[in-house]
Design a protein around this ligand. Structure first.
Ligand SMILES: Cc1ncc(COP(=O)(O)O)c(C=O)c1O
Length: 457
């Protein structure tokens, strides 16, 4: 890791390089630009989901195979975006194609239970140590159900969430996801700021916000609302503000504080589940929560989600006290893809492969950072990782705010113009797949080294 003594990067140089790279980007993306212009007539911001609208413009994708995707202008990329952390199986994996094709010929939807759902639930139990599961269709639905289950189980209404954690777009947790500095309140007692217009203030008031990695602030939040809190929901390693790791012992302490106050601990493992180890953050950090929300990587590329929990907690569904349902829950195509993903693709060899690629990335990037004396550092966790554009570790949202976001934008442009597609947005990080090779990840390292050299020129 670079030291704090490292020279800063002159902002003038960053802006100069951004201009050069934006021009290069635009020159080879005429068709994407045309489609985006047409799309704006029928889709607000020209995209199906606001996350897909990022500077300089959205890239319309035509197809994907293995570790690669191709855009509508014919540009080829090694895919580090991987559909916001979904495609750890890689694109068009032969086993997924085979399983989904076989199932679609036998019917794509019944809204009746299928045998694969039992197999998948059993495998999730084995990996995440939660005995009971229900399926959903997205991470949003999984965290929505998780908080309803917790509220039903405890008979309490208040939630505690971490400042700057994103848990999906339902009202209860769209609070202080990226609060503006002039409204975010004091660091040890952040304000609850709605992330969007249209969220009732009565809902926002039920969500208390605390900083990550701060047990004292959590204790204070509980003390301010005795007997009111149903659950603390935590993304065990934050993955929507770069990557923010938990302090050693922090997750254990959160569980302890929650339980002492009669509340449940929910892990949002939508991004960490099955990507940073077979059993996600639960396994990697060795803390078992009361309820887990999953989605993304567990479905092999199909819309998916799952919520799992303790026997007594999930008993609220058994007893028909809490409603958990959905037309597409346990859809046969999703279950078929999920079964091969979890049982046949993401095996021990897959995780060893992720670790080997992470080592190449960590080693190569550390070397370039040291060679060009840059105030950055790298975090890798099996299939996930990213560069943080500051020398010191980020422990919470307030640290993250100190990062110059133009550096991550410049990095995105460098990678994109040299054949690596990263997820858009300064806060994003990479996801690798079982179909990526060491040569694929070396391309990211080489592009990064080129940017590092140009920053110091
Ligand atoms: C940690 C986390 N939780 C929940 C969600 C919501 O998932 P979805 O977009 O599938 O609704 C996301 C999406 O990025 C996420 O990163």
């Amino acid at each position: 890791m670079a030291t704090t003594k490292t020279k800063e990067v002159p902002t003038g140089r960053v802006s100069e390089l951004i201009q050069v790279e934006e021009e290069r980007f635009r020159r080879s993306r005429a068709r994407s630009h045309q489609l985006w212009t047409e799309a704006r007539a029928v889709l607000p911001r020209g995209v199906p989901s606001s996350f897909q609208d990022a500077a300089p413009q959205p890239i319309f994708v035509e197809r994907g195979k293995g570790s690669r995707v191709w855009d509508v202008d014919g540009n080829e990329y090694v895919d580090f975006h991987n559909g916001f952390g979904v495609m750890v199986v890689g694109h068009a994996h032969p086993k997924i194609v085979e399983a989904v094709s076989r199932q679609i010929q036998r019917g794509s939807h019944f809204a009746q239970p299928v045998e694969d759902a039992v197999t998948v639930a059993r495998e999730l139990s084995r990996r995440f140590h939660q005995p009971k599961w229900r399926f959903t269709n997205s991470g949003t639905e999984s965290t929505l159900d998780a908080v309803r289950i917790a509220r039903g189980f405890t008979g309490r209404e208040r939630l505690i969430k971490i400042e700057a954690s994103y848990h999906g777009h339902h009202d209860a947790l769209m609070v202080s996801v990226e609060p503006p500095p002039d409204r975010m309140g004091p660091a040890d007692q952040p304000a609850s700021v709605p992330q969007s217009d249209g969220i009732p203030s009565a809902i926002v008031e039920l969500t208390t916000v605390v900083p990550f990695n701060d047990v004292a602030a959590l204790e204070k939040a509980f003390a301010a609302h005795p007997g009111e809190v149903a659950a603390v929901i935590v993304e065990p390693a934050m993955m929507n503000v770069g990557i923010v790791l938990p302090d050693v012992g922090y997750l254990d302490q959160v569980k302890d504080v929650a339980h002492r106050n009669g509340a449940l601990l929910i892990f949002d493992e939508v991004k960490t589940g099955a990507t940073i180890s077979p059993g996600g953050a639960t396994e990697r950090f060795n803390v078992i929560p009361d309820v887990i929300a999953l989605a993304k990587a567990i479905g092999g590329g199909l819309p998916c989600g799952a919520v799992g929990g303790r026997d007594d907690v999930m008993g609220v569904i058994e007893e028909k006290r809490v409603a958990q349902m959905g037309t597409f829950n346990g859809n046969p195509l999703t279950m078929a893809a999920s079964k091969v993903t979890l049982l046949e693709i993401l095996d021990a060899n897959a995780y060893a492969h992720f670790d080997a690629m992470a080592e190449t990335l960590q080693g190569g990037l550390d070397e370039a950072i040291a060679r060009f004396d840059l105030p950055f550092h790298v975090i890798t966790l099996a299939a996930r990782g990213g560069v943080t554009y500051r020398a010191r570790r980020v422990r919470n949202y307030r640290d993250y705010l100190e990062i110059d976001k133009s550096l991550s934008y410049l990095s995105w442009l460098y990678q994109c113009n040299r054949g690596v597609l990263m997820a858009p947005g300064a806060e994003e990080n990479w996801t690798l797949s079982v179909q990526h090779s060491v040569d694929d990840v070396q391309r990211y390292v080489d592009n990064f080294a080129e940017m590092a050299r140009d920053l110091r020129k």
